[in-house]
Write a protein that binds this ligand. Sequence first.
Ligand code: PLP
Length: 342
Amino acid sequence: MKEEIDWSNLSFGYIPTDYNVRCTYRDGKWGEIEVSDSPYINLHIAATSLHYGQEIFEGLKAFRGKDGKVRVFRMIENARRIINSAKGLLMAPVTEELFCEMVEKAVRLNARFIPPYGSGASLYIRPLEIGISPSVGVRASTEYTFIILVTPVGPYFKSGFKPTNICIMRQYDRVAPKGTGRFKTGGNYAASLVAGEHAHELGYASVLYLDPKEKKYLDECGPANFFAIKDGVYITPASESILPSVTNRSLMQLARDMGIEVQERHITVDELSEVQEAAACGTAAVASPVGEIDDLDTGHKYVIASNGEAGPVTTALYNKLRAVQLGEELDVHGWNTVIEGI
Ligand SMILES: *Cc1c(COP(=O)(O)O)cnc(C)c1O
C-alpha cells in the first residue's frame, strides 16, 4: 500500500487506482486488450462520442467475501446489457467473452484496491465504450474504444439503512417514450441533471419520473429502478423507457425464492396510497428505502414509511442480496464469478 485507505469512509467518487484496461475496435474487429497506467485518453477533437453522444457504460461491483474470496456480481448480465446498449446507439458491440476477460483483468490488476470484508465498501467496476472516429457529419463511428476502470467505493448507507423522500415533478422527462431509456447511455444522465438538481434543492433524494407518454404510470426513480410492496406483492413498473436493472431483476428473483409474488406492470400514481413499502434499486445502493413520495403538482403526499424505518420486506431483500454478494449465503443462482488467486 502506498497510502492507507479509510475504506468505511470512502464516498461514491473516484480514487485513483493502478491500471485500467482498454480495447479498440478498428477495421471491423476488436483488437488486443491493452493495460494502461494512465487515467487519460487521447481523443480526436471530432470524435463522435464528443459531438453526437455515442457513449455507453456499465456499473458493477466486486466484493471481498467472508471466506476471503473475491466475487464479481452478475458480470454476464452487464455484458449482455452493454451489448444491447451498443445496438441501440449503432455502436460496435463487444463480445461477452471480451467483456468478462477485461473485467477480470481490471480487478486482478487492481486487487490491492478491493476493500476488505466487513468494511461495507466494494470495488466499483465501470466499463465504458465511446465512438472515436472523427466526423462532423452526423453518422455512427467506425472505430470504438472500450475501457474498464475500477475504483473503490464506500458503503452507500453511512448513517444506516434509512428511508429518504422523493418527489414527482411532471415538468421533466428523463427520456422519450420510445427513446433511449432502456439503454445505459450518458445522454440519459445529462438529460436528468436539471430535474435531479431541482429535486435536491427542494430537499428530495431524487425524482420519481412518470412515463413520458401519458404521465400516468410510475417509471424510473432518478438513476435507479423503483419497486414497492403492496399487500405482500413485489410490484415494479413495466415500461419501455426504463433501464432494465440487474439489481431489480435479482431482487425479484430473491422475492420469488421467499414465496413473494412479483408483478412487473403499470403502476398508477394513485396506487402509491395502497403500498406499504417502496424503494429505489440499483448497483450503488442495492435498495434505498423511500419514506415519503410527494406529488409536487397535486400537493398529495404519499407517506410510505410513517415510522421512519425501512419496511420488513425491503430489509429482508436487501440483506439477502448483500449476503449473496459477500459469500455469506449460498449463491444458488450462480450469480457470482469468483476471481481466483487474489
Ligand atoms: C444503471 C441504472 C440502473 C440500475 O441498474 P443496475 O443494473 O441495478 O445497477 C437503473 N436505472 C438507470 C437509468 C441506470 O442507468
